[in-house]
Write a protein that binds this ligand. Structure first.
Ligand code: SF4
Length: 248
């Protein structure tokens, strides 16, 4: 399985879930590399923004920012190595994140089986474009689906997969988290919610931002919308606590 590499090691770290339905719960994050999208504001672009890719990123013009050399940012690990690393932490909640974890869903099946045997609860964070295989799905306790909007700079053809949205909408273990930057984003998600008839209580609105100041500027109006529409509001707790850092 291909994991993202951080400080020369597979990116596995113990923290708290900072967003969505399980916000505030202690959890061990396992970050898989590779993604099938290329969001312009992605904060884990070291999982996909390789030197050969043509995709723009908000950091492109920042001094010192360079696209990543793929072989330097991926580490191949076995199920046994992951299970052994997880045993170092006093926690039974695993969050499989990325990148897009479902790009490696065949490889995830033996990991999910081993995790369940050891009593772990498994959350999967996904961009909602790939339908999980049944052999994997049966072991997953929660899907945190984060559909990408036009502000991500992915084409509609790439980011909006009706089959996958329909699947997650029908799955009782899935919730939808939308990252909101501007008013136009809300209009777009209202259209998606209408098309796929997503129930209000499955929906989480989260402000876009990588600083506390940016998040707070959007809190008030998003909370009012949640109150009106019956959606859930979620902050980005890890940004408020740790800032925009990796591996926390
Ligand atoms: S789907 Fe997630 S990991 Fe992939 S580019 Fe977008 S934000 Fe980054």
């Amino acid at each position: 399985m291909k994991l993202a590499k951080l400080n020369g090691k597979p990116e596995i770290f113990y923290s708290i879930q900072g967003e969505g339905k399980s916000i505030g719960k202690p959890a061990i994050f396992v970050r898989l590399s590779l993604c099938n999208l290329h969001c312009v504001w992605c904060d884990t672009d070291y999982t996909w923004n390789w030197k050969s890719t043509p995709f723009p990123h908000v950091n492109d013009n920042q001094q010192g920012y360079e696209k990543y050399i793929k072989k330097d940012w991926i580490v191949e690990v076995s199920v046994a190595e992951i299970i052994s690393e997880l045993a170092n932490y006093p926690c039974k909640r695993i969050i499989l994140t990325g990148g897009e974890p479902l790009m490696q869903q065949k490889e995830l099946i033996p990991l999910a089986i081993a995790l369940k045997k050891s009593g772990y609860m498994i959350e999967v964070e996904t961009n909602g474009t790939i339908v999980p295989l049944q052999e994997l799905d049966q072991h997953i306790d929660q899907y945190n689906v984060s559909p990408k909007l036009e502000n991500s700079n992915n084409s509609k053809r790439l980011r909006e997969k009706a089959k996958a949205y329909t699947y997650f909408n029908a799955n009782k273990r899935a919730n939808f988290k939308f990252v909101i930057d501007k008013q136009e984003d809300l209009e777009e998600i209202e259209s998606l919610i209408g098309t796929f008839k997503i129930a209000a209580d499955k929906i989480y609105l989260m402000p876009q931002g990588t600083t506390g100041k940016q998040l707070m500027a959007k809190q008030q109006w998003l909370i009012e919308i949640c109150k009106t529409m019956g959606y859930n509001y979620t902050d980005r707790l890890h940004i408020l606590i740790y800032g925009d850092k990796r591996g926390v």
